[in-house]
Design a protein around this ligand. Structure first.
Ligand code: FAD
Length: 309
């Protein structure tokens, strides 16, 4: 109920305006967001690299309906990739197609993403396409497939809560282009297309991760990133990858910035390849609301901070 309400509010322009200008919300958002400027983000990458973690950097924005804004967002990625490379930081980038102009014109969006992937390839960096609500899954896979025909420094994410994902993943494995971040899924999807129960989604995510780690999938080039802070999932997947002695370059665990920092340190100390997803920029409101939706306790902290307690 609460999760659904918060995800619905994440789309509200009025709430976005009110929350973005509200100092306690800005303070709390800083827990999940590196900051509003590029320099804030680069400093956070540096700190995480010093701890031994890799990074994927996200310039916040989604559902952009203005061509100039989508183009500005693509240019920000190009500039930050240049900075990442010139400072020798260990970071790729993650992006959302809806921030690249998908809702304006698919061709325009494709060219924005292609420009970013081209620059990333020149700089030896990787681009991950995030996965958004279910209505965008087909077009995301289509754009990813087109890019993979030309580049190998690009991957995408898939959501374990969607019934269709096993088939989508198998097709990408069979075609030798499965460079995938598996996540549970952060949107509000109906029961006819998405699993709703926590245990079912956990089982599904473990099964999908194992599909990507089989010798057959690896022989076809599969590379798996597990985007989850759920220890039931990552403990089992880590044990499985270790049992099969999978090359550490072929799999990694990814956390969101600001979540389970103790576990991040523990897993790094155990030698697990860890990558942190670091968002930055002024458009943090929908991202922040999804983080509140994932954990009701965050809402309590937020309301206490708002009440000055
Ligand atoms: C690197 C990364 C990239 C992602 N990319 C996408 C994407 O492209 N598309 C998409 O739909 N979703 C994405 N997600 C979000 C994902 O779908 C889940 O909504 C999110 O990860 C919460 O699920 P969980 O697996 O961490 O498990 P949960 O069961 O939600 O969390 C496990 C534990 O982690 C901690 N935790 C989790 N979330 C929070 C939080 N918000 N605040 C504080 N503690 C928390 C708690 O201790 C909790 O008990 C991404 C997640 C990660 C980690």
């Amino acid at each position: 109920m609460l999760r659904r309400a918060l995800i619905t509010l994440s789309h509200s322009a009025t709430m976005r305006r009110m929350t973005s200008d509200f100092p306690p919300a800005r303070r709390m958002a800083r827990r999940f967001v590196a900051g509003e400027t590029r320099e804030d983000a680069l400093q956070v990458i540096q700190q995480l690299n010093e701890m031994g973690a890799l990074v994927t950097l996200d310039y916040l924005g989604e559902h952009v309906t203005d061509k100039a804004l989508a183009r500005a967002s693509a240019e920000e990625y190009e500039t930050v990739l240049d900075e990442i490379a010139s400072r020798g930081l260990k970071s790729g980038v993650s992006l959302k197609l809806s921030a690249m102009g998908l809702h304006i014109d698919e061709k325009f969006c494709y060219h924005n993403v292609r420009d970013i992937v081209t620059i990333a390839a020149e700089k030896g960096r990787f681009v991950r396409i995030d996965i958004e609500e279910s209505a965008l899954v087909d077009v995301t896979i289509e754009i990813y497939r087109r890019l993979r025909a030309e580049f190998d420094n690009v991957g995408m994410a898939l959501q374990a809560y969607l019934h269709r994902t096993r088939n989508d993943l198998q097709a990408l494995i069979d075609d030798g282009i499965a460079d995938i971040r598996l996540v549970k899924g952060a949107y509000d999807e109906p029961p006819d297309i998405a699993w709703q129960e926590r245990e079912k989604i956990q089982q599904e995510m473990i099964a999908l991760a194992k599909m990507m780690l089989t010798p057959e999938a690896r022989a076809k080039g599969a590379r798996m990133a597990l985007g989850s802070h759920d220890d039931v999932i990552y403990n089992e997947v880590i044990a499985y990858a270790n049992d099969l002695d999978v090359d550490p370059q072929r799999w990694e665990i990814q956390f969101l910035y600001g979540i389970r920092r103790d576990e991040l340190k523990r897993l790094l100390a155990e030698g697990v390849r860890m990558r942190v997803y670091v968002p930055y920029g002024g458009s943090w409101y929908p991202y922040f609301m999804r983080r509140l939706a994932e954990r009701p306790a965050n809402l309590v902290f937020f309301l206490r901070a708002a009440a000055g307690k």
